[in-house]
Write a protein that binds this ligand. Structure first.
Ligand code: NDP
Length: 448
């Protein structure tokens, strides 16, 4: 059996009931096969793939907190410190009822390669809890965040592990966590990113993942002789990534006609009104049905089981920005039938493996999340730099650096794909480019 197959089999055996983690490992190892086989003897001797697919440290802890009725609640929480070969662990905290160890491991594993691709010195990690901030009062969210940080603060620090936001963890949650960290340690340091502007946050961090997604998509289209200006775009999600992806797509001259949340989706043929969307999602924290109520041109569709929502709409570019495995083979077929030119992932692993293959086989330009959504973590690393320097850069400075990073990422993966005779396969290009730097650093640091 080849080294790649052996390691994949062992990952499945040693990590039962973690399908998302298996899926992420399979996708990465498959596209690295050519590189691994060229160095098989050395990698096998050093157990490089075993070390790469096994987290350096996994923390599991309980989070007790008191709800508004005086009832004690208990949640499960995780921090997976996956790989620190090229820098301190860096990756977000997801707060969602679906969170379990397998999901955090898939996200942490992806983060290693994503962070490497940014060209910045950050290792891979991820964390979170099955706590659901939806429907909770501010006091309940604060109680949870303080209890969560009371345990987590022992294991993180500005030079060791720097968490950030993700699904369910926005500015409010980061603020409560930062306050508790500072209170417990007495340190005013850049231990979390995505902070508010009044206490060490970076301008353009909020916009960074969505804007970065569009910078990379624009570059990918340009290098393939196409212009995003005038194109029709379908977006899923209505959270942090989706909102700023929609805004930047519109600034680049595209028309975005869809968005979605976990209960339904919007089709707005006149183009999504971003200000209205922000008011509903960022201020009121309400459902998307309110968007349709406030805008005549919009149709609201309740989410039904087995229905394919936004991906049935005719578009040139599709940007999945909600959650993992939200674009499946049926969706990919509908997109191809409707003439889609490019798909770029704003979320982490939103496209199933068979859907990705189908899109690629049908000539659709496909940018994988670990490259196309890396703008968020890249700007988090810029926030860390500003915190270390005790300086704040302007919005324009950060945005310009972000744009440079995203364009650079695209060229790195394009070149890696070409070098290994897989021109246009940006999934392989991203995995190879991300992997080579980490593998080199691991080799140089010996067996640790
Ligand atoms: P948010 O919590 O801000 O938004 C997530 C959005 O997706 C919400 O509108 C949510 O709906 C919607 N959603 C969740 N599940 C589903 C579903 N099954 N069907 C339809 N819609 C759904 O999270 P983010 O925008 O921060 O993150 C989105 C994705 O991007 C995640 O995969 C995350 O890991 C990834 N990502 C985020 C980065 C960041 O900087 N924030 C960086 C890189 C990747 P509802 O409003 O109903 O909850």
């Amino acid at each position: 059996m080849s080294y790649v197959d052996e390691v994949y089999q062992s990952v499945v055996e040693k990590n039962p009931a973690q399908p998302e983690f298996h899926q992420a490992v399979k996708e990465v190892l498959e596209s690295l096969r050519v590189v691994i086989e060229a160095n098989e003897e050395e990698y096998r001797r050093d157990a490089l793939l075993e070390r790469l697919t096994t987290p350096e440290r996994q923390l599991l802890f309980r989070v007790p907190w008191v709800d508004d009725k005086g009832q004690v609640q208990v949640n499960n929480a995780f921090r997976v410190q996956f790989n620190s070969a090229i820098g301190p662990y860096k990756g977000g905290l997801r707060l969602h009822p679906s969170v379990n160890l397998g999901i955090i491991k898939f996200l942490g594993f992806e983060q290693i390669f994503k962070n490497s691709l940014t060209g910045l010195p950050i290792g891979g990690g991820k964390g979170g809890s099955d706590f659901d901030p939806k429907g909770k009062s501010d006091r309940e969210v604060m109680a949870f965040c303080q209890s969560f940080m009371t345990e987590l603060h022992k294991y993180i620090g500005a030079d060791t592990d720097v968490p950030a936001g993700d699904i369910g963890t926005g500015a409010r949650e980061i603020g409560y966590m930062y306050g508790q960290y500072k209170r417990l340690t007495g340190l005013y340091e850049g231990v979390l990113t995505g902070k508010g502007l009044s206490y060490g946050g970076s301008l353009a961090r909020k916009e960074a993942t969505g804007y970065g997604l569009l910078y990379l998509t624009e570059e990918m289209l340009k290098c393939n002789g196409k212009d995003i200006n005038g194109m029709t775009v379908a977006v899923s999600g209505a959270g942090n990534v989706a909102i700023y992806a929609i805004q930047k797509a519109q600034q680049l001259g595209a028309k975005v006609v869809t968005c979605s949340d976990s209960t339904g989706w919007i089709y707005d043929p006149e183009g999504i009104d971003v200000e209205l969307l922000k008011e509903i999602k960022e201020v009121k924290r309400a459902r998307l049905s309110e968007y349709a109520a406030g805008r005549k041109s919009a149709e609201y569709h309740e989410k039904k089981n087995g229905e394919h929502g936004v991906w049935n709409v005719k578009c040139d570019v599709a940007l999945p920005c909600a959650t993992q495995n939200e674009l499946d083979i049926e969706d990919a077929k509908a997109l191809v039938a409707n003439g889609v030119i490019a798909v770029a992932e704003g979320a982490n692993m939103p496209t199933t493996m068979d859907a990705t293959e189908y899109l690629q086989k049908n000539g659709v330009l496909f940018a994988p999340g670990k490259a196309s959504n890396a703008g968020g973590v890249a700007t988090s690393a810029l926030e860390m730099s500003q915190n270390s320097e005790r300086l704040s850069w302007t919005f324009e400075e950060v945005d310009k650096k972000l744009q440079g990073i995203m364009v650079n990422i695209f060229h790195n993966l394009d070149e890696a794909a070409k070098k290994y005779d897989m021109e246009g396969n940006y999934v392989a290009g991203a995995n190879i480019a991300g992997f080579l730097k980490v593998a080199d650093a691991m080799k140089a640091q010996g067996i640790v």
